[in-house]
Design a protein around this ligand. Structure first.
Ligand SMILES: CC(C)(COP(=O)(O)OP(=O)(O)OC[C@H]1O[C@@H](n2cnc3c(N)ncnc32)[C@H](O)[C@@H]1OP(=O)(O)O)[C@@H](O)C(=O)NCCC(=O)NCCS
Length: 160
C-alpha cells in the first residue's frame, strides 16, 4: 500500500483562507466539531490569521488537509481544536498534528494540553487516548445544536 505523503508544519498567516475553507467543510458535517453552518469564511480566515502563531497545519500536494489551533490560557494550559479533511482521515494526519502540538506546547512551557470531544467521536477519543490523553470528565448537555439537541462533551487532558 502506498504511504500517504503529508507534512506537518507551523501555520502561516497565508494559510488562513484555506484553513477557513476546510473548517467550513468540516462544520457542514455537523458531527465532530462544535461549529455548525453557516460559517463566515472571511471572518474565520481573519481569526485563523491572528492565531497562526499557535497553530499547526498538515499539507499534502500544496493543499492544507488538516489543522490544529492551541488557545493558550494565561493559567499555563493550552486548549486545542483540530480537524482533518474527510478524504485524509484514518491515515495518521490527526496523530501527527497532535504530536506536533505537544512538542510546540512543551517549547512554550505550557504544563498541560486539553480538549473537548463529543462522546460519539470514537475515532478521535481513541486517537487522543493513544497519544496519552486521559478522560477528565463529562460536561452534560453542554452544546446546543442547530437541531435543538443538547450534546454532552468529554474533557480530556495531557500533563506535559
Ligand atoms: C478526529 C480527527 C481529527 C482524527 O484525524 P485522523 O487523521 O483521522 O487521525 P489518525 O489517522 O491519526 O487516527 C484516527 C484513528 O481512527 C482510526 N480510523 C479508522 N478509520 C477511520 C476513518 N475512516 N476515519 C477516521 N479515523 C479512522 C484510525 O485507524 C486511527 O486509529 P488507529 O491509529 O488506532 O488505527 C478526524 O477524524 C477529524 O477531523 N474528524 C472531524 C473533526 C473532528 O472530529 N475533530 C476533533 C474534534 S475533538
Amino acid at each position: 500500500m502506498p504511504v500517504a505523503e503529508f507534512m506537518v508544519r507551523p501555520a502561516r498567516t497565508g494559510d488562513a483562507q484555506e484553513m477557513a475553507e476546510i473548517f467550513a467543510a468540516v462544520a457542514a458535517e455537523r458531527d465532530g466539531i462544535a461549529t455548525e453552518p453557516p460559517v463566515d469564511v472571511g471572518e474565520r480566515a481573519a481569526q485563523f490569521a491572528r492565531g497562526a502563531a499557535s497553530s499547526v497545519v498538515a499539507e499534502a500536494g500544496g493543499q492544507i488537509i488538516g489543522m490544529l489551533h492551541v488557545e493558550v490560557s494565561r493559567h499555563g494550559f493550552g486548549e486545542f481544536g483540530m480537524l482533518v479533511v474527510r478524504g485524509w482521515r484514518g491515515r495518521g494526519v490527526g496523530s501527527a498534528l497532535v504530536r506536533a502540538a505537544i512538542d510546540w506546547a512543551r517549547g512554550q512551557e505550557l504544563h498541560k494540553l486539553c480538549l473537548e470531544v463529543f462522546p460519539h467521536n470514537t475515532a478521535a477519543i481513541a486517537m487522543y487516548r493513544r497519544l496519552g490523553f486521559a478522560e477528565e470528565g463529562r460536561r452534560v448537555k453542554q452544546y446546543r445544536r442547530a437541531s435543538g439537541e443538547l450534546w454532552d462533551s468529554i474533557v480530556m487532558g495531557l500533563l506535559l
